[in-house]
Design a protein around this ligand. Structure first.
Ligand code: SF4
Length: 697
């Protein structure tokens, strides 16, 4: 037997970007495990990716190109050759592009986070074609934009340092489910005496293990941060030296937060005033003792109307108390901009045709439901005639799902889907092209949770006739007659181009070395903002932001209530009085892994968590089948009655494949396409619903 171990990277949309070791015997992968030598992975993979071998050899893997032979959405397909598939796709795209290439839309996100199989060859293809551009907003742009207004870039505390913190505020996330390796550091800190505080409307697995849990109303995180700042100022729990040297706008901030008394904050957030006091004291006094106080912001808090401002406000806190002075203090939303990525070199926007009669058009992926249904107009441009989906599953993931499905069901829409499995979206494709998994292709990864570049070497040959995304777009480019030299770059050459080896943080980047070693750490200072140096226009932490003023935003921290809440939309709340959020199921990662039988079996079926008081008021008992509905749609779920959600909140852990739920629906039937205050992002957790017991028929 010929056994070898291959160095790889987890490709999924998770901040941990684990370094993996794949055991291959006689050409077949037999085990995937975490690299014990990698400081962040520490030999541990989450349950989901531990099943990667099962997923790779899943009996339902797509192994051949297929064309649709049933109705759109029905899922009936017939195998065709690659030649027929590529000829069909290229000729349809050619024909549409001859009229107006902007009628072609790429649709992709983080199905793989790799720099090579993500937006490299794919974007070269669409740029050269002159297709519509896609605004990739669906997950993180609200919080990212807000955080950057304050701090300057998506970077912050090194995850490895959290184990040395004395206070960790876990704000808006459930790391046990979606940031496991940070949670391991937080657990270590707790063993060393640190206090952990969870801020989350839902008593998640993580919140249940923290010493304190503040279950605020969804969408009120910005107000809580304002109230904390009020108390830090009022009680002089401030690092005056840090504020004077490394921040701008403190006097204006002071005036603004004066309005946010503890009582107003508590009333807005729906929590006891004592909790506001407790957290401000804990945070301020830890810092005043010279001990590291750290915040881990997660993306859950920014999926509401005021999500951008919420992240901005929270990002002000470490500078007020001087927490950035310590390697284990400060805050982290994402480490994504620590990396000197060479996106333009990878994606080649310079290939876009320049035609004044047809200026480039950008479509927001978060409003795909509306945009697929729009006619041509002067404002919108041409009707979307073709969509090419890769690394994404919009029919299940995009908000206001009924409209998304209606758009993809259009008979006059030509849809191509590159996929590993027959997802809800693939069911609407005209042509399905089989894509390789991470074990079958080359890639290189940045992370948004740690500071390592991680290599992914192919461990096994592609299964069936599956091809890497890069190869599919290379072949399509050839069919379209695109002969620019960049379309001939190999995956190794693309990986070598991904990071700037002249940049001080990645000076040692050499693809050949990294692919052998498996990973390398960026050269980052231990405490990046200990002496200021914020990458903002002023070089300081910006409590007051001129950039925000120019963008038409309030230049100071503020609070914008949700679109849909009992307080902000009382008329709507008469019919739909319960707030709903849909955070990740522990065993699913967005919609990836829902079709892995062993993981789906663990999750069972779609549930709705509901507080006992809300259940009793509706005659609902634990285990009852309930109908969850609002004006946008409905879904059926089994009620799980517990006090994990606060009163007035229901929780639909997600994201289920629609076709694997008994009613063919998921939580996105109920979400809206309204956008956040910054970053043009969706408001998945800004939803009112009603719930009723489903009477047996
Ligand atoms: S999903 Fe996250 S925790 Fe799980 S293996 Fe991948 S990077 Fe690691």
């Amino acid at each position: 037997m010929n056994t070898r171990v291959v160095r790889a990277a987890c490709p999924h949309d998770c901040p941990d970007t684990c370094a993996m070791l794949v055991t291959v015997t006689d050409g077949r992968a037999t085990e995937v495990r975490g690299d014990p030598d990698h400081p962040n992975t520490a030999g541990v993979l989450c349950t989901k990716v531990s099943r990667y071998v099962e997923r790779t050899y899943h009996p339902e893997r797509l192994l051949y190109p297929m064309k649709r032979i049933g109705r759109k959405g029905e899922g009936k397909f017939a195998q065709i050759s690659w030649d027929e598939a590529l000829t069909t796709v290229a000729s349809r795209l050619h024909e549409i592009a001859a009229r107006d290439a902007r009628a072609i839309l790429p649709y992709s996100y983080a199905g793989t986070m790799g720099a090579v199989q993500g937006e490299s060859m794919a974007m070269r293809f669409f740029n050269r074609l002159g297709a519509s551009l896609l605004d990739r907003t669906i997950c993180s742009t609200a919080g990212g934009t807000g955080y950057k207004y304050t701090v300057g870039a998506k970077m912050g505390t090194d995850t490895e340092q959290y184990e040395h913190a004395k206070l960790i505020v876990i704000w808006g996330g459930n790391p046990i489910a979606s940031n496991l390796h940070f949670w391991m550091k937080a657990q270590e800190a707790k063993r060393q005496g640190a206090i952990l505080v969870a801020i989350d409307p839902y008593r998640s697995l993580t919140a249940a293990k923290c010493q304190h849990h503040i279950a605020l109303l969804p969408g009120t995180d910005a107000a809580l941060a304002l109230g904390l700042m009020h108390l830090l100022v009022r009680d002089d729990l401030l690092d005056h030296d840090y504020i004077a040297r490394y921040t701008v706008g403190f006097e204006q901030l002071k005036a603004r937060v004066a309005e946010w008394t503890p009582q107003r904050t508590a009333d807005t957030c729906g929590i006891p005033v004592e909790q506001v006091d407790m957290l401000a004291r804990l945070y301020g006094e830890t810092a005043m003792r010279g001990e590291p106080a750290a915040i881990r912001l997660s993306y859950g808090l920014q999926r509401v109307r005021g999500g951008g401002m919420a992240a901005r406000n929270i990002a002000c806190l470490p500078a007020l108390v001087g927490a950035w002075r310590h390697p284990a203090g400060g805050a982290l939303l994402s480490s994504g901009e620590s990396y000197p990525k060479l996106s333009a070199q990878m994606e080649r926007p310079d290939l876009q045709p320049s035609d004044p009669a047809r200026p480039s058009r950008t479509i927001n992926m978060s409003t795909i439901g509306d945009d697929l249904l729009k006619p041509a107009s002067a404002d919108f441009g041409p009707r979307v005639e073709a969509v090419v989906v890769y690394n994404a599953n919009p029919v299940a993931v995009a908000p206001e799902s009924a409209k998304v499905a209606a758009g993809f069901a259009r008979d006059d829409l030509f849809t191509v889907v590159l996929e590993q499995f027959q997802t809800d979206t693939a069911d609407y494709a005209d042509i399905v092209l089989p894509a390789t998994t991470q074990l079958e292709h080359t890639d290189v990864h940045a992370s948004y949770g740690h500071q390592y570049i991680i290599a992914n070497n192919p461990a096994i040959a592609p299964l069936g006739e599956a091809k890497p995304n890069t190869e599919i777009f290379r072949l399509l480019a050839a069919r379209m007659g695109f002969d620019d030299p960049c379309f001939f770059d190999t995956d190794d050459k693309l990986a070598a181009q991904a990071f700037d080896a002249n940049h001080p943080r990645a000076r040692r980047y050499d693809w050949n070395r990294v692919r052998q070693d498996g990973w390398m750490k960026l050269d980052m200072p231990a405490a990046p903002f200990a002496q200021g140096g914020f990458p903002t226009p002023s070089g300081k932490c910006e409590f007051y932001s001129e950039q925000m003023l120019h963008a038409g935003l309030d230049p100071l921290p503020a609070y914008t209530p949700p679109y849909e809440s009992v307080a902000s939309a009382p008329e709507l709340a008469k019919d739909y009085p319960l707030a709903m959020i849909s955070p990740p199921q522990r065993n699913f990662l967005n919609t990836t892994f829902v079709n892995v039988q062993s993981l789906r079996a663990t999750e069972g079926e779609p549930h709705l968590d509901i507080h006992p008081d809300d259940a009793a008021a509706r005659g609902i008992a634990d285990g009852d089948l309930v109908r969850v509905f609002n004006r946008r749609g409905e879904l059926l779920a089994k009620a799980r009655v517990s006090d994990a959600p606060r009163r007035g909140l229901v929780v639909a852990l997600s994201i289920w494949w629609k076709k694997l739920a008994s009613d063919g629906r998921n939580a996105n039937e109920l979400t809206s396409q309204r956008l956040t205050d910054m970053g043009r992002a969706p408001t998945f957790y800004d939803v009112l619903v009603q719930v009723e017991k489903l009477q047996p028929s």
